[in-house]
Design a protein around this ligand. Structure first.
Ligand SMILES: [Zn+2]
Length: 411
């Protein structure tokens, strides 16, 4: 219980301060706590990009880069969010004469790595800072859907707003999101599809992985050789080894990459990073790996045209020609501009190369937090030891730091 009568006997702090008693270290506690709280609020997190912020960034890119065109390819289940496609092409090269790669990201809303990786790559291509990309685009075009499941992404749920697991929906197409992604596939008729994921908490391998077909066909062999090269050049090359998983035809065919290979006879791979939604350096490493994988595919087509040509020529032999029927690209004057306004994203002044903002590692912030907490404890303990002057403090559940203060000043 809080002793009201006792509290009333305690002089007001201001009067005590004037009385020339020893300096009070509770002000230090208060300053430290305030400082810590302010820093915690201002702490720059590796925040996951929201749907609106993504739409804003795409709008900016579409309006300022001649290489990136942005298309609205359908509405998500909620009707509030759209599915966007970024087509990365050299405007002076006929896309029909390039190797077309379709990159699908974030079918599972709680796997943000691929969206961040796609946006990072698009930013760099737009800014001209993706090494080798400009040259590679003479041979390759990239079609990237950075967020197939925007409702799930904003809710951070695996499934879409109707509870459909989109990566168990290929061939069924119950989800409007998978329908939209499939429309993109049919319009572009890519020679290669990669579906980007992260393990959830049930990560059985604790590893970054590629999954490809093991069916012994010529097409399967071609995909396998590409997989081996990715393993050595992206995985080992970046110090983040990629494991490989094979699947055969008896396994579930409603996953996007398996559907693509088995039903569409289109070479395809699944990419996974290790599990974890945590932010900080580990998250950044996963994003880097996923982005490197995308950039590697773009550059490798230019460096190894034969192997990609083999993939392309073996793919679904009487391939329907792509229609490229994607509608009109959206630029900053279109509906994306409104998205950007809503997201509070300002239009870029000039196409300046973007730089990574400096961020202190999260461990530093944690260390600081621990320091503040320890300092607080030390001061509180010292106050308690000052109680030895015969004054007994009764505290209530509200913590009662002001009561300590008053008593300490008395002592
Ligand atoms: Zn997934």
């Amino acid at each position: 219980m809080y002793d009201v009568a006792f509290a009333q006997r305690i002089p007001a702090p201001r009067a005590l301060a004037k009385s020339g008693k020893p300096a009070d270290n509770t002000s230090m506690v208060r300053s430290l706590t305030t400082l810590f709280l302010l820093l915690a609020i201002a702490m720059p997190a590796n925040a996951v990009t929201s749907y609106s912020a993504m739409a804003g960034r795409l709008a900016d890119l579409g309006s300022r880069s001649e290489l990136v065109k942005v298309y609205n390819v359908g509405k998500a289940t909620s009707g509030d969010r759209s599915i966007w496609l970024a087509a990365v092409r050299d405007p002076n090269v006929d896309a029909l004469n390039t190797t077309r790669i379709l990159v699908l990201c974030r079918q599972h809303g709680d796997e943000p790595v691929s969206t961040e990786a796609a946006l990072g790559l698009l930013d760099r291509i737009g800014a001209g800072t993706a090494p080798g990309a400009r040259e590679a685009l003479k041979h390759t075009s990239l079609y990237i859907v950075p967020m197939v499941n925007p409702d799930g992404a904003d809710a951070l749920t695996r499934r879409n707003a109707r509870g459909i697991d989109l990566n168990r929906d290929w061939g069924r197409f119950d989800g409007v999101e998978t329908q939209a992604a499939y429309r993109v596939f049919k319009a572009v008729r890519p020679q290669f599809v990669i579906d980007m994921h992260s393990w959830d908490k049930e990560d059985p391998y604790r590893a970054n992985c590629l999954e490809g077909p093991r069916d012994g066909s010529e097409l399967g062999q071609a995909v396998r050789s590409l997989e081996e090269r990715a393993k050595s050049e992206v995985g080992e090359g970046t110090g983040q080894p990629l494991s490989e998983i094979g699947y055969d035809r008896s396994t579930e065919g409603t996953l996007c990459h398996r559907f693509m290979f088995e039903q569409m006879r289109t070479p395809s791979l699944l990419f996974e990073t290790t599990a974890g939604m945590d932010e900080g350096p580990e998250f950044t490493k996963r994003v880097d790996l996923a982005r490197n994988m995308m950039l590697w595919m773009l550059r490798d087509t230019a460096a190894n045209p034969d192997s990609w040509h083999r993939l392309a020529s073996d793919a679904n032999p009487p391939t329907p020609r792509p229609t490229f029927a994607l509608g009109t690209p959206v630029d900053a004057s279109g509906s994306l501009a409104r998205q950007r306004e809503r997201a509070g994203v300002r239009a870029p002044v000039a196409a300046t190369p973007t730089r990574e903002p400096f961020r202190l590692p999260r461990t530093v912030w944690w260390a600081f937090g621990m320091y503040a907490a320890v300092a607080l404890c030390v001061v509180m303990l010292r106050n308690q030891s000052n109680d030895a002057g015969g004054i007994r403090i009764e505290r209530d559940a509200r913590g009662g730091i002001s009561d300590y203060r008053a008593v300490y000043r008395q002592g």
